[in-house]
Ligand binder design. Structure first.
Ligand SMILES: CC(C)(COP(=O)(O)OP(=O)(O)OC[C@H]1O[C@@H](n2cnc3c(N)ncnc32)[C@H](O)[C@@H]1OP(=O)(O)O)[C@@H](O)C(=O)NCCC(=O)NCCS
Length: 158
């Protein structure tokens, strides 16, 4: 699939269904059903904006959700791509869409939180590398935000 065959759109209607469906295909990353339910609730909340990556047949292959944290900073709240479509450029296109929206809203920074590299989780190490590749820099890693997990805060200047 070439990058031009991936269509990114703001999800309207029922973004929570797309979010839930995709997150449930990623149990190594999103193993708690309660967390998935929370993300679905976020998707229904108008404070959050959800972008979806669509195939030529209009099937959802991935999504990214963003929220404004302040006048200057947007947060990439959660994203996921169906496993069968990993490493085809979909995640990068979704981050691009979030950045464009954040700039439109006059944000200077894009923040993302993920499991920190010190936790040595092989799956989240991949996610961490993906964010570095998208131009994020590690601000700090801390153990007080998420109970029992290390949280890495990464920032990208827009
Ligand atoms: C992280 C994730 C969203 C990335 O999406 P993706 O569509 O697989 O990523 P892309 O194909 O767009 O990769 C973009 C770039 O990052 C690089 N990249 C992707 N995975 C990588 C990895 N494991 N290690 C190093 N670089 C990586 C790719 O090489 C690519 O670079 P290129 O454009 O030079 O080829 C996806 O793998 C995923 O859904 N992971 C599980 C859920 C998750 O971690 N969500 C985020 C937590 S909130």
């Amino acid at each position: 699939m070439s990058k031009s065959q991936i269509r990114i759109e703001q999800a309207v209607g029922n973004p929570d269904r797309i979010v839930g469906t995709i997150l449930r295909t990623l149990p190594e990353y999103f193993g708690f059903e309660s967390a998935i339910v929370d993300y679905c609730e976020n998707a229904r909340d108008e404070k959050y904006t959800t972008f979806v990556a669509l195939s030529e047949n209009a099937d959802a292959m991935g999504f990214a959700m963003m929220v404004l944290n302040s006048d200057t900073t947007a947060e990439l709240w959660v994203m996921g791509v169906l496993p069968a479509f990993h490493s085809r450029g979909i995640g990068a296109r979704l981050v691009e869409a979030v950045e464009t929206e954040a700039r439109k809203r006059a944000c200077k920074y894009l923040l993302v939180k993920t499991i920190g590299p010190s936790q040595n989780d092989p799956n989240f190490l991949k996610t961490f590398k993906f964010y570095l590749k998208q131009g994020f820099e590690l601000l700090m890693e801390c153990d007080f935000l998420w109970a029992g997990s290390s949280c890495a805060l990464l920032l990208k200047k827009l």
